[in-house]
Design a protein around this ligand. Structure first.
Ligand SMILES: [Mn+2]
Length: 413
């Protein structure tokens, strides 16, 4: 057997040597026993054993051994303590999990109990029952905005790269669609309640304007201002006389826009305006229509009560902004107007921006009209916007104010 010789003796080797010698074994017997032992780590012969036994301070060895045993013992105690702690922790965790599960069970039980305790809904209550006799609904007024017709403006599909076109013929076609749509909407709503009064809010820019009066390009105006004016008169008389047959009363509000000004900005009074001329001409020429009320002020706005609600009407020019509809500017203008008028109008109606929109502001609502043109040279090229040709119509309830509203498409797809 080839074993490592030398190296320090283990406690076990030393102990066996000492004990066997003590009970009177010879070195020869001891060497046989040690060589066979499982912990043998060298070749034991008589000389080696004798030398080891005689040279060892056995008292010192035993005291060292005892100390070592004590240390081992306390180490074992520590390990046992650790194991106990780990075991306890695991047991605690198991208890916590169990407790949580129990809590959830209790909650589920309570919810279940609460649900069972709820009175069951009677199925009969859940069905809609139509009234046996038709319900009566209070009557409403109708409001329609006519603005931004821009009669006289003209551009072709070639001009706009196939996006949009406009001319007098297209205006007249769209006007007929507006005229008939108002009657159709009224007809639908009359199956529910009465609509005795129509409010026509003409909010300006009936005419495209004089070639030199504004920043607009004269290249896209193909009618003289005189022709624009008479086409505008003709258009308004057409729609008003038709609607006159369908409503008990018509209230006409005429607000002028910026395109109708006579001469460059600031040269004349703002009230000297081709739009206002159109409105007044229509009023005079329709004097026998005695169920039409006319409001055509010199000022650029009207504030009036309709169905117990305050309406502020304006064209909308002068509201500064960039890139299309200045929503913030509109809201700010609305709040400034409320300050001037000492009253917050329930509704502010305006045109000018050619984009239909409804904007809720503090305590008020702004309704913006579309135009007859849809996208024009300016909006398409400079604002990169092409709205559809749209005018607004809505219902006005005496208690609820504006109830419904529609965007009337003047060029249905
Ligand atoms: Mn305008």
């Amino acid at each position: 057997m080839n074993k490592r010789n030398g190296g320090p003796w283990s406690v076990e080797e030393m102990t066996v040597l000492y004990d066997l010698k003590n009970i009177g074994k010879s070195y020869e017997e001891i060497s046989v026993l040690l060589n066979r032992s499982s912990f043998a780590r060298r070749t034991y012969n008589e000389n080696l054993l004798q030398k080891k036994f005689s040279q060892t301070d056995w008292n010192y060895f035993h005291s060292q051994k005892q100390q070592l045993e004590e240390i081992t013992e306390s180490q074992n105690d520590l390990d046992i303590e650790k194991k106990k702690v780990i075991q306890n922790t695991l047991q605690n965790q198991e208890r916590l999990v169990l407790r949580e599960e129990a809590r959830i069970d209790v909650i589920i039980d309570r919810v279940k109990t609460a649900i069972y305790q709820l009175p069951k809904p009677k199925m009969s209550d859940l069905y809609y029952k139509p009234p046996s006799t038709p319900r009566k609904y209070s009557s409403e007024h109708v409001g329609v905005i006519i603005s931004d017709a821009h009669i006289g403006e003209s551009y072709t599909l070639e001009d706009t790269g196939g996006i949009s076109e406009f001319n007098l013929g297209i205006f007249k076609k769209r006007l007929r669609i507006l005229r008939d749509s108002v009657l159709e909407i009224a007809e639908r709503h009359r199956t529910m309640y009465e609509l005795p009064v129509l409010h026509v809010f003409a909010l300006g820019d009936m005419v495209a304007g004089m070639k030199d009066a504004g920043k607009w390009s004269p290249a896209y105006i193909d009618l003289s201002i005189y022709q624009q004016m008479f086409e505008g008169i003709d258009a308004l008389r057409d729609v008003l006389s038709t609607w006159y047959t369908a409503f008990e009363k018509i209230c006409f509000y005429g607000i002028y826009g910026n395109h109708g000004r006579i001469g460059k900005r600031g040269n004349e009074k703002v009230s000297d305006n081709w739009d206002r001329l159109v409105y007044n001409y229509v009023k005079i020429s329709m004097s026998e229509y005695d169920r039409i009320e006319w409001m055509i002020p010199e000022a650029w706005f009207i504030q009036t009560e309709i169905q117990n609600h305050t309406f502020y009407l304006m064209h909308g020019d002068g509201i500064r902004g960039s890139m299309g509809i200045p929503y913030y500017g509109v809201e700010k203008a609305q709040s400034s107007i409320s300050g001037i008028m000492n009253k917050i109008p329930d509704y502010t109606l305006m045109g000018h921006f050619h984009t239909p929109a409804e904007l809720q502001t503090t305590g008020s609502k702004v309704i913006m009209n579309g135009s007859f043109m849809g996208g024009d040279m300016y909006s398409i090229r400079d604002l990169r916007r092409c709205d559809r040709a749209i005018q607004k119509i809505f219902g006005i309830h005496p208690k609820k104010g504006i109830t419904w509203s529609y965007d009337l498409q003047l060029e249905p797809k």
